[in-house]
Design a protein around this ligand. Structure first.
Ligand code: PGA
Length: 253
């Protein structure tokens, strides 16, 4: 059975001290709970080691928001997948639309990042999603298929099955606009069919596909109730422990 996952994406928020407080708050809020999903927090690089050492790793996984497309060497300012893994982090978000649009990330660089993440036993949370004009032109399926095929179709089915996908319509990120439950289910089902066509039904059935884009406590339950929505990648609503807990509770009966 595929995993249900709620992953927080802190983006470029919180100083180290603020991040430690937030991680402690989340740890405390989940201490007497058994979430019905895996819980992950993806922090800035700076926070990883401290946060990974303070949270209950049986309950909260820690991840980075990116890693370098090179293994090591003279790449000033970069952080490698091996460095991320050495902090105790287990996940890495790759291909977030903000990286693609503001930092020129391409499918070619993403291929290398995915490979390095997997070599270092990190689980990539690989993001795909269309911009508003593409949705308005009804091109969303074409776009996500190209994003998946360009960066991930070189993987073996075994390697692909180590990945988590996150569908994030760019028009819904940080805008307060959420894809409707029907829109989310429709495209998640399509994404699963793309995976099935390439890697086979079993790999597709076991692939967790998260929804991201203004997902919060008030809409999580409805979104997560869809058969092909296996959880969420949560930006704004992951920055307060109670709000994030509200999203995690979207999986409560
Ligand atoms: P949001 O961000 O929840 O603030 O819309 C989601 C994301 O970009 O991962």
């Amino acid at each position: 059975m595929r995993k249900k996952i709620v992953a927080g994406n802190w983006k470029m928020n919180n100083t180290l001290q603020e991040g430690i407080t937030l991680a402690k708050d989340l740890n405390a809020i989940l201490a007497n709970e058994t979430p019905n999903c895996d819980v992950v927090i993806c922090t800035p690089f700076i926070h990883l080691a401290s946060v990974a050492s303070l949270v209950d790793s049986a309950k909260i996984g820690v991840g980075a928001q990116d890693c370098a497309d090179k293994a090591s060497g003279a790449y000033t300012g970069e952080t490698s997948a091996a460095m991320v893994a050495s902090t105790g982090a287990k996940y890495v978000i790759l291909g977030h639309s903000e990286r693609r649009s503001y930092y020129g990330e391409t499918s070619e660089t993403l291929k290398d990042k995915v490979k390095l993440a997997l070599e270092n036993k990190l689980t990539p949370i690989f993001c795909i999603g269309e911009v508003l004009e593409e949705r308005e032109a009804n091109k969303q399926n074409e776009v996500v298929k190209a994003q998946i095929s360009e960066a991930l179709f070189d993987l073996s089915p075994e390697d692909f099955s180590k990945l988590v996908l996150a569908y994030e319509p760019v028009w819904a990120i940080g805008t307060g606009k959420t894809a409707s439950s029907e829109q989310a289910q429709e495209i998640h089902k399509y994404i699963r069919s793309v995976v099935a066509d390439k890697f086979g039904k079993e790999v597709a059935d076991n692939c967790s596909i998260l929804y991201g884009g203004s997902c919060k406590a008030s809409n999580a339950k409805e979104l997560f109730a869809n058969p092909d929505v296996d959880g969420g990648l949560i930006g704004g609503a992951s920055l307060k422990a109670e709000d994030f807990k509200g999203v995690i509770d979207g999986f409560k009966a």
